[in-house]
Write a protein that binds this ligand. Sequence first.
Ligand code: C5P
Length: 218
Amino acid sequence: SGIAVLAIDGPSASGKGSVAQRVADALGFAYLDSGALYRLSALAAKQAGVVWSDELGVACIAAALDVRFEVGLTLLNGRDVSAQIRSEEIGVGASQIAAFAVVRQALLARQRDFALAPGLVADGRDMGSVVFPQAELKIYLTASAKVRAERRYAQLIGRGDAADLAAITHDLQERDARDAARAEAPLRQWPDALLLETSDLSLDQVVEQVISWWKTRS
Ligand code: C5P
């Protein structure tokens, strides 16, 4: 399609979501949080009593997902689950079901439907490699494991959730290892993606860098 796509991939808690949302707003583009679809599938499976190891069961749930994204709100079957899908438990479940090819396949068309004029900013693990290989700009956004764990910790505490830094660090490492090691759409910095290391940058600086790369893309 002729729709402009900016793909931002990277590990958990790298700040992709905030960056992608801000860049989309600045460019007047739509925004796809692809991780939310994996989180929603994990939650919907749990609610339906389908265990996360049941790949066909979860794939059916993923294919039939009744979800609506509104500003700052994510609705599953008409109910607001924005906070629920951000829990560490659902994050771990999302990364378990994301390893299954049938589950990824079930979510593919739904993700591509987000590419509407004038353009799309999409964040995830395989935006540039699988879902939007034609993307005009691909960025691999990351930060050190320590900084990412601290960011996730601050996020949870800020929401009033209980959080344990050591447990979060452990979860992030496990999740990233699983996302990188899987056969299907592994998390990786592919050669056609620009590396953006954000450990020492503010959100504003990261957003500025992405927009400047977008404006000067070839
Ligand atoms: O980005 P987020 O942490 O919300 O994603 C949750 C999980 O969903 C990731 O750990 C990853 O396993 C999976 N995911 C994926 N491909 C994507 C987005 C997320 O496999 N494009």
